[in-house]
Structure formats: C-alpha cells, structure tokens
Design a protein around this ligand. Sequence first.
Ligand SMILES: [Zn+2]
Length: 202
Amino acid sequence: MIFYGTKSTQIGTENLFDKCSNCGTQNSMEMLVFQKYAHVYWIPFFPIGRTGATHCSNCKQVVQNKEFTENLKASYSNLKSGSKTPVWMFSGLALIALLITWGSVVGKQNDKKYAQLIMSAEKGDIYEVKLDYKQYTLLKVDKVLGDTVFVLLNQYETNKSRGLSDIKRKGDQAFIQEPLPMLKTELKTKLEKGEIIGIDRD
Ligand SMILES: [Zn+2]
C-alpha cells in the first residue's frame, strides 16, 4: 500500500490595516497564504492549490478565505499572486526524473558490458533469456569455437525474471546436455532485442 495525502505550508504573510470583524481592533489582523501539496511517503510531489486565512492577534479569531469579505478577498488575491511556490514541493517529481535518468544510464552501461561478454564468450557464462511474455530461462555456454558459441538450455522455465535465481540454484544438472550452436552475432542481436536480459560470469 502506498501512503500518500496532502499537506500545506505557509508561503506568504502580511499585516492588514482592516478592522477585525470580531473584536473591532485595527491593525491586529494578519493575512496568511498556504500552499497545499501532494506527498507520497512524506516526500512532497507537486503543489495543488492555495488557501488563505486571517488571524487576529487580539481576539485570536481565524477566518478562512471562503468567508472573506470583498476587502479581504482583494488583499488575499494580491498576497497569493505575490507568493512563490517553494521548489522543494517538486522533490518527488525531481527524484523520479533522476531515477529514470539513472536507470537509463545504468541500462546502457549494462548493454555495453553484456555485448562485450557475448563477443568474448567463455565456457560457464550464463545468459538470462526471455523466451516469450512471462517465460524466462537460462542458457549456459558449453564451449566456444571461433564465432560459434555452443549453449545448453535449462530444462526449467519461470514466469518472472526474478524467478531466474531459483533456476540458478538448481545447478549444472538442470542444463540439458545437448549443445546448440549459436553465432556471437546472433546472441548480440538477442541482447539488442531484449531477449537476453542478463549475463553472469564467475
Ligand atoms: Zn480580533
């Protein structure tokens, strides 16, 4: 379950010359502007809207912006448009953008590394393979002759890529001892197509 909700923070304040509608004191009221924002696990994501209130320092009466008189409405809208939305309210969005960028950088580095591992294939390399939608298995390099890589297919399959570690734990005897020849370029194409999703080398 994701914990989320809204919070608000004060972004503007101004002393008013108006008389307090409750106690009649002049210069005792303060106008406050609040910025509402959405948060996910307390990380601010984006601003939503603004609210306002007046507070009287004499009688402590608080009036919400929905109940403002025309006069107060004018001061509120002035103060509201003059108050800035703090940038930290976009923290979550910025964090997501960062993670996406980071993910694609790591992804590209992995692709490069895997392409090198394929071109320099060695006996014992294990390829994580996506056969089809929700169908994953392992291939193991049995031997390499020039540009040809002989791979052994694992007899087990899993419907989640995370399940591949279970197959790895089944060990060497889970691979079918019938070497299938594949060209390095063929394997590289599989990598580019996303059919090889990971490579292990001890
Ligand atoms: Zn008052």
